[in-house]
Design a protein around this ligand. Structure first.
Ligand code: CP
Length: 315
């Protein structure tokens, strides 16, 4: 594997999940694989889990890690071809990507959607430009439209916790005070279509995700109906795709409560974190025995380690 850009880069999902669980059981088994190799983590947005779990994964493989917060520490980058650079941007992606490739054997990039222009965000210009101009492999640590490390983590976590072969998995929208990208939801939807799951999406009208991503996945606009008999409830806010980036409403009736969880088949509660308590989900749910959000966050290390291992085996 050259780059980990999306979950389409996973050739055999079941084998990947199995290998990630083996890594989790023996995280230091490949501790010399990355010896004398350096990964550069470039952040255009904040992070807790992605930053620390990817560093931990790299350490478990014996790698050196360089981290840079680009937004406040790097030169502002220009992506346009042939641009006369007499405005705000100081450095072109052509030099920046080639230069960081001199210092690193692998790059990992986080660059969220700006939520200003759907075509710009869905063109994935930032990640694709790094891939185009870097001379080393590139890992997506959440781009404008996808979060494939999170989706791999979620697949691992569901596999570990499922007690039937084909669990019912519900992705529920929930309110949030800020407009959030669709990246996590997009990748989760794509991942659930690759897993053996009875998968349903529930959200208020107007929050439909891109149809090229949801394809034939059923959408139930009645959250309580969707939650019935669920084995896993995955909760996430996203802003509108159709009215791009808009918050259409913040109806608190969509918050996940104990009463709603009682409709499920004793479902596990999942969220990628960070989460707004008592806005997205009640304390009583996230603090309950059925909440697996911390285990989910723990699995971020093993998803990242598996991806890094596959890349290192090729460099
Ligand atoms: N879930 C996730 O990507 O967390 P961070 O934004 O903290 O990295």
């Amino acid at each position: 594997m050259n780059n980990y850009f999306s979950i389409q880069d996973i050739d055999c999902l079941n084998e990947w999940i199995e290998e990630a669980i083996k890594i989790k059981n023996k995280p230091l088994v490949d501790k010399t694989l990355g010896e004398d190799k350096t990964i550069g983590l470039l952040f255009f947005n904040p992070s807790l889990r992605t930053r620390l779990s990817t560093q931990k994964a790299a350490f478990n493989l014996g790698m050196n890690v360089i981290v840079m917060n680009f937004t406040d520490q790097g030169w502002s980058l220009e992506y346009g071809d042939g641009t006369v650079m007499d405005q705000g941007n100081s450095e072109h992606i052509k030099e920046a990507a080639q230069v960081v490739s001199q210092y690193c054997d692998v790059l990992a990039i986080r660059a969220f959607a700006k939520l200003e222009n759907r075509e710009d965000d869905y063109s994935e210009n930032v990640l694709k430009s790094f891939i185009k101009y870097a001379s080393v492999p590139v890992i997506n640590m959440e781009s404008a439209t996808s979060h494939p490390l999170q989706a791999l983590t979620d697949a691992i976590t569901i596999t570990e916790h499922k007690i039937i072969d084909k669990p019912k998995v519900v992705l529920s929208w929930a309110p949030h005070p800020k407009a959030l990208p669709q990246a996590v939801a997009n990748s989760f939807v794509e991942m659930m279509q690759r897993m053996d799951a009875d998968f349903v999406i529930t959200h208020p009208k107007g929050y439909e995700l891109a149809s090229q991503i949801t394809k034939e996945v059923p959408i139930d606009y009645n959250q309580e109906n969707a939650l019935k008999d669920a084995d896993f409830v995955y909760v996430k806010n996203w802003s509108s795709y159709e009215d791009y980036g808009a918050i259409l409403h913040q109806d608190p009736a969509w918050r996940i409560t104990e009463k709603k969880m009682k409709l499920t088949n004793d479902a596990k509660f999942m969220h990628c974190l960070p989460v707004r308590r008592n806005v997205v989900v009640d304390d009583a749910v996230i603090d309950s025995q059925n909440s697996i959000v911390i285990e989910q966050a723990n699995n971020r290390t093993y998803a990242a380690q598996l991806v890094l291992k596959k890349i290192l085996e090729k460099v």
